[in-house]
Write a new protein. Structure first.
Length: 118
């Protein structure tokens, strides 16, 4: 029985390693697709676009404007995910604190003498 447990554990570790490798491959493929799409977009859109800001007007090329917009969106996404991660960390900390309190209460209740053990 213990052999099958060890095999199950080693299989799960192998599965975790395979999933990590597949995630890395997927990220590499996604980056390559985005890069290729950016190259095609740059090749087919050589014009400029006027962006009217409050104080001035800028005229970058379409690929530059697209890249800047993409970068700003990416940074905004990172900031939002950071705020979400901090919220999760705080929630996890409070839940661990509650778990420690509950475990200590259970331990103290288990250590109480039994009055009706007769």
């Amino acid at each position: 029985m213990s052999g099958s447990t060890k095999a199950g554990i080693s299989r799960s570790r192998a599965d975790v390693a395979a999933v990590k490798m597949l995630k890395r491959i997927a990220v590499i493929i996604l980056v390559a697709i985005i890069f290729a799409a950016m190259l095609v977009f740059t090749y087919h859109n050589k014009g400029t676009v006027d962006i009217d800001l409050i104080l001035m007007t800028v005229s970058p090329s379409v690929p530059v404007a697209f890249t800047i917009a993409f970068a700003i969106g990416w940074l905004f996404g990172i900031l939002c995910m950071g705020a979400w991660a901090l919220r999760l960390i705080n929630q996890r900390r409070s839940l661990r604190r509650l778990l420690r309190v509950s475990e200590s209460e259970v331990t103290s209740l288990r250590n109480l003498p039994l009055d009706d053990a007769d």
